[in-house]
Design a protein around this ligand. Structure first.
Ligand SMILES: [Zn+2]
Length: 318
């Protein structure tokens, strides 16, 4: 048992239910939106409420939303959506960068022009302990990234700040990794050096790979695998994503598997129509409607699915 902070307040971890560990409500660059986006606030909020209520009707009870600084986190808009759905939304703190830290942090921090304690840690602690801005909504987990450029100075600074915050608070971590560069192993090492329990780490986007040896190594090291981009067939087909999970379950790693789509109600990276045409399965309904039946047909049990969707996300917080 543990308390998990949702947008609408604390719940017990036993109430999480069927959980997708990596979905976004809005991925939206605020500066871009203000200057270039044709944005209808009421319509976009209404669309998101509709999508999340559909997801709830499809059997999903909770999403973890790792939209942090760099991806356009704006909690008042999430609160408007959360108010109109029974789906639990769990939000994060952290920073999303493949390379450098944003300019706001370039000159402030240990050993920098303005030599002071790491401001990232102070921000993350505030979001977790007191709440995000003046919303009263508390972040429940942390997010950082290690992509193709690897452990650049900026990426390492963010990852260590995330690790230190996790060690101090017990908040779990999700890492956007690139499995093709095996960056999950680097994340495990760096976060481990900062005292993070490997069981408190989801290695996001591990499911973009069908390299069973790599995935097994991450699982043996004790972390959860984010098999979390179902529908992004451009990176790996649904068939291969499903077969990879079937093999991992066969090898005894069911307690290390989490599921999600990394989908969003709205993302400003793509034209919505083009996105739907190119990636028709990249939506919240793909796992409940298509992936779960495929897993069952290939011999994964109802119990295994319960472990991946309920027990593992729950244990991550306990
Ligand atoms: Zn994501």
């Amino acid at each position: 048992m543990a308390t998990v902070q949702t947008v609408k307040g604390p719940i017990d971890s036993s109430e999480l239910g069927w959980t997708l560990v990596h979905e976004h409500v809005f991925v939206l660059g605020e500066e871009y939106r203000l200057n270039y986006e044709d944005w209808d606030e009421e319509q976009k909020v209404a669309d998101a409420i509709r999508d999340l209520n559909d997801l709830k009707a499809a059997g999903i009870d909770t999403i973890f939303d790792p939209t942090v600084l760099g991806l356009g986190r704006y909690i008042p808009r999430i609160q408007k959506v959360a108010a109109e759905t029974d789906l639990n939304i769990v939000v994060a703190t952290g920073l999303y960068t493949y390379n450098d830290v944003p300019h706001q942090f370039e000159h402030r921090g240990p050993g920098l022009l303005f030599d002071q304690p790491e401001p990232l840690v102070e921000m993350f602690l505030k979001d977790i302990n007191e709440g995000i801005a003046d919303t009263g909504v508390k972040a429940a987990f942390l997010k950082c990234v290690i992509e193709e450029p690897g452990l650049t100075p900026g990426v390492e600074r963010v990852m260590r700040a995330v690790g230190q915050t996790s060690s101090q608070t017990g908040a779990p971590v999700t890492v956007h990794t690139n499995p093709h560069t095996r960056s999950g192993l680097v994340a495990q090492k760096v976060l481990g050096e900062e005292g993070v329990d490997p069981a408190k780490i989801v290695l996001g986007h591990s499911g973009d790979s069908d390299d069973i040896d790599y995935l097994s190594e991450l699982a043996e090291n004790g972390s959860l695998l984010g098999m979390d981009r179902f529908g992004l067939d451009v990176y790996l087909s649904t068939e291969k994503r499903v077969d990879t999970i079937v093999e991992l379950v066969r090898r005894g790693y069911v307690e290390k598997i989490t599921l999600a789509h990394d989908a969003s109600c709205f993302i400003d990276y793509f034209d919505p129509k083009a996105k739907a045409e190119v990636q028709p399965n990249w939506n919240f309904r793909h796992i409940p409607e298509d992936v779960l039946p495929m897993l069952l047909e290939k011999g994964v049990s109802e119990d295994d699915i319960d472990t991946m969707l309920v027990k593992n996300p729950r244990r991550y917080f306990e």
